[in-house]
Ligand binder design. Structure first.
Ligand SMILES: NC(=O)C1=CN([C@@H]2O[C@H](COP(=O)(O)OP(=O)(O)OC[C@H]3O[C@@H](n4cnc5c(N)ncnc54)[C@H](O)[C@@H]3O)[C@@H](O)[C@H]2O)C=CC1
Ligand SMILES: O=C(O)CCC(=O)C(=O)O
Length: 383
């Protein structure tokens, strides 16, 4: 394996345009391993509150810049998510450039694990869109710094379970603000993406008896949800991928791609609220203000989707499902606080959430210096 790692840590003479792009980030690592065809980027936004943490996404990005932009935005979002969820970690993320259906091999994830290990605990990673727990069972053979492992490997198991639970708490808070109650049943929902998170949310809403519009580009997921719907009291409506934005549902639940709240889609929305798991739902920050102007209540993604983060960070101290559930329930209170602050100050929920997290980060960063803390590994692969 060749470690063609280019690591920029603030050297302004290296590549100005790249340095400009990563002006808010501490470190960006480019990973290239021709023997396994691994091409990946790891971005560390901040380690001020602790080692950076964030899942690894696998996607056939159109080009390198698209992958870089994605990982930079995602890792910044993780810093805010860590602050809001009150965990002692900072923001990071990784992307592997490739098709998750056709390009995965155990060797590719082992190579990725070696790059993670080369950061000596500055960065922890695990699953995200396009990656599974099994992928990280390969990666963990090369590094101690994996979070979100299967239970049989001493981990907390599938982190999309608490993520989906957190979305349900966020939906209850949203219903409370919109309708004055937390009941999931009398409200209709439109779900984009029936993967690890979206599927679980859809199943729960159907079990509650709600009307649920769904779309996914993977027919297997459509077939699976149809099977569940047949046994549930709720009503399932299948929708083409491009039509999901114009459905007559009360709440839109994005659980696939980022950037799906933009000028084009906002025009189509008739929803009363948007509250889903997808990271970086707003194409641009100002789209949060546009939603507020249109009277659409928006649940900031990095708060409502923090259940997975809560589990994977908790797991590093020894898995405990009750502790994770108790902390995930707090998403309800945080969402209510953000909604009410926005309402009281006549600002968008995005601005309210950003201020909330920035204040928390500032207060906590005063107690920490640049990352020095280490966490004892749960397993030792090398020592
Ligand atoms: N898994 C987790 O615990 C967490 C996930 N998230 C975010 O939630 C989102 C979903 O994550 P996962 O469920 O883990 O990913 P996943 O990869 O399991 O599921 C994504 C689903 O979206 C579908 N999809 C892709 N493009 C689509 C399109 N244009 N229209 C409709 N469906 C489409 C895919 O076919 C797939 O079924 C991602 O943005 C992820 O970053 C955020 C926090 C934690
Ligand atoms: O959910 C995970 O597995 C890790 C946390 C993360 O990457 C996320 O919340 O986006």
């Amino acid at each position: 394996m060749s470690f063609a790692t280019q690591s920029f840590q603030g050297d302004k003479n290296k590549d100005l345009s790249l340095i400009d792009k990563m002006a808010e980030h501490e470190q960006v690592v480019f990973c290239n391993d021709p023997s396994t065809n691994l091409k990946a980027i790891i971005a560390i936004h901040s380690t001020k509150l602790g080692p950076a943490i964030g899942g690894c996404r696998m996607q056939p990005y159109e080009n390198f810049d698209a992958a870089l932009d994605d990982v930079l935005r995602l890792s910044k979002g993780m810093s805010y998510k860590c602050a809001a969820a009150d965990v002692d970690f900072g923001g990071g993320k990784a992307v592997i450039i490739g098709n998750p259906q056709t390009d995965k091999t155990p060797e590719l994830f082992r190579a990725f694990g070696q790059f993670v290990e080369s950061l000596h605990g500055r960065f922890y990673t695990g699953t995200d869109m396009g990656t599974t727990l099994e992928d990280f069972v390969h990666a963990m053979k090369e590094t101690n710094h994996i979070a979100g492992l299967p239970e049989e490997y001493g981990g907390g198991g599938d982190s999309s379970i608490p993520t989906a639970q957190g979305v349900i708490y966020g939906l209850k808070a949203t219903n409370r603000m919109l309708f004055g109650h937390e009941d999931l049943k009398p409200v209709s929902y439109a779900i984009q993406g029936l993967g690890k998170v979206g599927f679980k949310v859809a199943v729960r809403l159907l079990e509650e008896g709600a009307r649920v519009y769904v779309t996914d580009i993977d027919q297997n997921n459509i077939n699976r949800i149809q099977e569940h719907a047949a046994k549930s009291p709720g009503t399932l409506e299948l929708v083409d991928a491009n039509d999901i934005y114009r459905q007559p549902a009360d709440i839109f639940i994005p659980c696939a791609l980022g950037g799906i709240i933009n000028d084009t889609t906002i025009e189509q929305f008739q929803f009363k609220a948007i509250a889903g798991a997808a990271n970086n739902q707003l194409l641009k920050e100002e789209h949060g203000v546009d939603l507020a102007k249109k009277g659409i209540l928006y649940a900031p993604d990095y708060i409502i989707n923090s259940g997975g983060l809560i589990q994977v960070t908790d797991e590093l101290y020894g898995p405990n499902k009750d502790r994770v559930l108790a902390k995930t329930k707090e998403i309800y209170n945080t969402m209510i606080e953000v909604y009410k602050t926005a309402e009281m100050n006549q600002i968008s929920t995005v601005e309210a959430a950003n201020h909330f997290c920035e204040n928390l980060m500032e207060a906590r960063a005063k107690r920490n210096s640049f990352y020095t803390r280490t966490i004892s590994p749960k397993w030792n692969i090398r020592y």
